[in-house]
Design a protein around this ligand. Structure first.
Ligand SMILES: O=C(O)CCC(=O)C(=O)O
Length: 238
């Protein structure tokens, strides 16, 4: 798994969560409101609307016990320990709805564009881990994320002009499919993007992003000396 991640920049880990857990994640995600996330102390915009639908909610685990229990679940912890060790911060926690007929798209980009340069050191490249749980089956049809495997090793890649406008250009990646309950982890450096979900099936993902504590000057603690920190401290989210 680690070797594949190092070579390709992305790897799918099968059957980490169950179908029942995914169904519950989905219903809880739809139950969390912007007001609840704000009331839990989140100081930024709690959700995003893109094109025709609500596309994302940010830090829902602040306001929802079940989503928090998945975030802190042993299976998640073990994965994070395996990749990053014992001292880790939580950088993002978000749900992508990606409903059927959702017009949202993501241009080719590296996730480094989201990481504030005043917070992270240059070790971000090795110290950051992006994870998602496939809450629905991800197929070729329902807007899978397309990854250019090996691009995490490219010297440079320019930032997109408009993140929410996929323009293929002359690039071609691999559309990564997954079963409900699988996890996908990817490098902060891998170039990826996604097209509109033109299908009749949603493909929700639950994203949790982590960074070794040594490389992030703020953000809530996730693991300290290998021990889980059960609650996200919203004061630490810049
Ligand atoms: O889920 C998607 O369609 C794209 C997500 C993505 O590219 C990202 O969060 O960096």
């Amino acid at each position: 798994m680690l070797k594949e991640y190092e070579d390709k920049g992305v790897v799918v880990i099968p059957s980490v969560f169950t179908e029942e857990e995914c169904d519950r994640i989905k219903s809880e995600a739809y139950g969390v409101t912007d007001d609840q996330i704000k009331a839990a102390g989140y100081k930024h915009a709690p959700s995003e609307q893109a094109y025709n639908k609500k596309s994302l909610i940010f830090f829902p685990a602040l306001a929802n016990e079940y989503l928090n229990s998945i975030r802190t679940d042993e299976r998640m912890q073990n994965l994070v320990r395996e990749f990053l060790g014992d001292d880790v911060r939580q950088i993002n926690n978000q749900i992508y709805f990606r409903e059927e007929a959702d017009l949202d798209t993501f241009a080719w980009h590296r996730d480094t564009i989201f990481r504030e340069s005043h917070v992270f050191t240059s070790n971000l490249v090795t110290d950051y881990l992006q994870t998602v749980i496939a809450v629905d089956d991800i197929t070729e049809e329902n807007s899978p994320v397309e990854f250019i495997t090996g691009s995490h090793l490219w010297e440079t890649f320019g930032d997109p002009v408009n993140l929410r406008l996929f323009d293929r250009g002359n690039l071609e990646g691999i559309k990564y499919t997954a079963q409900k309950g699988d996890m996908m982890v990817w490098s902060v450096m891998i170039v990826h993007g996604s097209e509109e979900n033109k299908s009749t099936r949603s493909r929700m993902t639950y994203m949790n992003g982590f960074c070794r504590t040594r490389s992030a000057s703020t953000y809530p603690d996730y693991l300290v000396d290998g021990n889980i920190i059960e609650e996200i401290d919203p004061e630490r989210i810049p």
